[in-house]
Design a protein around this ligand. Structure first.
Ligand code: SF4
Length: 360
């Protein structure tokens, strides 16, 4: 059957994007509204194969360490934090951290994803001391450390600029910056779900400064919090613009808001919507090399399907995770299981570091 009218326009847009030619915001919106999930997936898969033609899927062995859950930001979607001074708050000691990192290294881990709440007790000296100690004890372990808001929090507490804060953290041992806390980089949505969190411009400013200071970062998008498709595409456009400027993002990952027993989400957070968002992101983010499938929120099976919807990375072996699991999601995998999932999806697994270089 010969495509006509709107169908022809959609076919042309899908071909254009699958060849790596840039989509405008309006074109992406048109695809979001009018393309079928199957067609989006095929185009995203073609683009993924163009970028990574060897049918290989990477993963990393790291541990997510949530060093403190004390936080004074009170995001509506977060079931992890405890307000300062309230029961249940913790900050891990060096001894407690050492137990976790020893286990990680023994299992072949090469990276610690260090994230926590915005704890008023943690200033620049706290992080400098912690990072120096970690690098002294574990010189080969990369510190993939702190969300943009944690960095901004230290700027406030210690009266430093973003550049000064990051430069001191990098000198102490920070190796890369995770993309956490982006949520939706549209302030109207952001204000509603995380009233006290920084604005989108600040999140971008932290990542811009990190890239300029020579460390890579990842970027993320959490959807399903009553945002529109226009909001989602604007979010992706901000990431794409910053990547044009700095080239410092190694990977993008998206996931739907995890409802748990919270009442914030009334959007579509189904697996089909997740695959649709990821496929469109693969087509729109023409300058970000890697996409991670979000098996932690979606489970291993959807994680495998996501490899046919634009993802070329299976994320990390999960020793523990406290933020997503606080909202009720509890998927776990070791490296053998991850490699089995990748092989069963028709790809060859390979282990990487934060810069997507092969290790082990
Ligand atoms: S998401 Fe982060 S900043 Fe927001 S309340 Fe939870 S720990 Fe604090």
């Amino acid at each position: 059957m010969i495509a006509t009218g709107k169908a022809l326009i959609i076919d042309r847009l899908l071909s254009k994007a699958s060849e790596g030619r840039r989509l405008s915001v309006d074109e992406a919106l048109q695809l979001a509204a009018e393309s079928s999930l199957a067609d989006l997936g095929l185009a995203a898969d073609a683009r993924r194969n163009q970028l990574h033609p060897d049918r290989r899927v990477s993963y990393i062995v790291e541990r997510n360490v949530n060093y403190t859950n004390v936080c004074n930001v009170y995001c509506r979607f977060c079931a992890f934090y405890r307000a300062p001074g309230r029961p249940g708050g913790y900050t891990l000691s060096k001894e407690e951290l050492a137990v976790k990192i020893d286990e990680t290294v023994a299992a072949g881990g090469i990276q610690i994803l260090l994230q926590g709440g915005l704890n008023p007790e943690c200033d620049i000296e706290y992080y400098e001391d912690l990072f120096r100690w970690l690098k002294q004890q574990y010189p080969t372990v990369n510190l993939h450390a702190l969300s943009a808001d944690e960095v901004l929090h230290v700027c406030n507490v210690s009266k430093l600029t973003i550049e000064e804060t990051l430069a001191r953290m990098i000198a102490a041992g920070m190796g890369s910056l995770p993309g956490a806390g982006a949520e939706l980089l549209v302030d109207r949505v952001r204000k509603r779900i995380a009233r006290l969190k920084s604005g989108a411009d600040k999140w971008l400013a932290v990542h811009r400064a990190a890239h300029r200071l020579g460390i890579p970062s990842t970027c993320t998008m959490m959807f399903g919090v009553q945002e529109t498709w226009h909001d989602r595409i604007l979010h992706l456009e901000m990431l794409r613009q910053l990547q044009d400027e700095t080239g410092g993002f190694t990977a993008f990952i998206t996931w739907p808001y995890q409802q748990g027993d919270l009442k914030l989400a009334r959007g579509n957070t189904s697996a089909a919507e997740y695959l649709r968002v990821q496929a469109l992101a693969r087509l729109f983010l023409d300058n970000i090399p890697h996409l991670q499938s979000s098996w932690v929120t979606q489970g291993p099976s959807i994680g495998q399907v996501a490899l046919n919807f634009g993802a070329d990375d299976f994320g990390a072996v999960m020793f523990e995770e406290n933020v997503v699991s606080a909202a009720g999601t509890t998927f776990r995998m070791n490296s053998d299981f991850i490699e089995t999932q990748i092989r069963r999806a028709g790809y060859s697994p390979w282990r990487r570091n934060v810069r997507y270089q092969a290790v082990g």
